[in-house]
Design a protein around this ligand. Structure first.
Ligand SMILES: [Zn+2]
Length: 233
C-alpha cells in the first residue's frame, strides 16, 4: 500500500467524532419536549374520561325523568280506574297501587334533585380540566420551540463540520479514504483505534509485533484483523 498520512486520518477521525456526537444530540433533541408531550396526553385523557362520565350522568338523569313521566301517567290511569272499580277490594288495591307509585315518584324526584346538584360540579370540573389542557398545550408549544432552536443550532454546527470534513478528506488519498469510510460505515463509531498494551483499543484483539512495528513507522496502513480499524500507536 502507498504511504499514508496518519495525522490526516486522525484529523478526519476527530471531525467524524464531532459529527457523530452532534448527530446523537440531534436525535435526542425531540426528547426535550417529551415530558410536556406526556402531560398533554395525560390531560387529554383525563378530560375525555371526565366528559364520558358527565355524559353518562346526564343520560341517567334523562332516564330518571322519563321514569317519573311513565309513573305519573300510570297514576292518572289508575285514578280513572278508581271510578269504575267493581268492588271495594278492587278499589283498595288500586288505591294502594297509587300510593306505591306516588312513593316511587317521590323517591325518583329526590334522585333527580341529587343528580342535578352533582351536574353543576361536574360541568365546573370539565371547565377546569379544559383550562388545564390549554395550559399544558401552551407549555408543549414552548418546549417544541426549544427543540426546534436546538435542532437548528446542531444542524448549523453539522453544516460547518461537514465542510471541515470535506477539506480534511481531500487531504487523504482515495484508497485510504475509501478504506477509512468502509470501516466507519461498518463500526458506526470510529475507523481508527490506538494500540494499547499491544492490543487494539477498540476490540481488544492482540496486534502482531510486525504490525506494531509497521504502525510505529507510520508509512503503511495497518488495520486490525478483527474489527478492521486503522491502527496507530
Ligand atoms: Zn480491533
Amino acid at each position: 500500500m502507498s504511504e499514508f498520512s496518519l495525522p490526516a486520518i486522525q484529523t478526519l477521525g476527530a471531525i467524524d467524532r464531532s459529527i457523530l456526537s452532534a448527530e446523537r444530540r440531534l436525535a435526542r433533541a425531540p426528547s426535550l419536549a417529551a415530558p410536556q408531550q406526556a402531560r398533554v396526553a395525560e390531560a387529554k385523557k383525563a378530560l375525555e374520561e371526565l366528559k364520558a362520565k358527565n355524559n353518562q350522568a346526564k343520560l341517567t338523569l334523562k332516564q330518571l325523568e322519563s321514569s317519573v313521566r311513565v309513573k305519573e301517567e300510570e297514576i292518572g290511569k289508575t285514578n280513572v280506574a278508581l271510578n269504575t272499580a267493581k268492588s271495594n277490594d278492587e278499589y283498595q288495591t288500586l288505591l294502594r297501587k297509587i300510593d306505591r307509585l306516588k312513593q316511587e315518584v317521590s323517591d325518583t324526584e329526590t334522585q333527580i334533585l341529587e343528580a342535578f346538584e352533582g351536574q353543576d360540579g361536574r360541568d365546573a370540573e370539565v371547565k377546569r380540566y379544559e383550562a388545564r389542557l390549554k395550559e399544558q398545550e401552551a407549555e408543549l408549544k414552548l418546549a417544541l420551540a426549544r427543540v426546534k432552536a436546538e435542532e437548528d443550532e446542531i444542524n448549523a454546527e453539522l453544516d460547518g463540520l461537514r465542510k471541515q470534513r470535506e477539506e480534511a478528506a481531500s487531504a487523504i488519498q482515495d484508497d485510504h479514504l475509501g478504506l477509512y469510510d468502509k470501516v466507519l460505515s461498518k463500526t458506526k463509531d470510529s475507523a481508527i483505534a490506538q494500540i494499547v498494551n499491544e492490543n487494539c483499543a477498540a476490540c481488544g484483539l492482540r496486534v502482531r509485533p510486525d504490525q506494531i512495528s509497521q504502525a510505529r513507522g507510520e508509512k503503511l496502513i495497518v488495520t486490525c484483523t478483527s474489527c478492521g480499524r486503522i491502527l496507530h500507536l
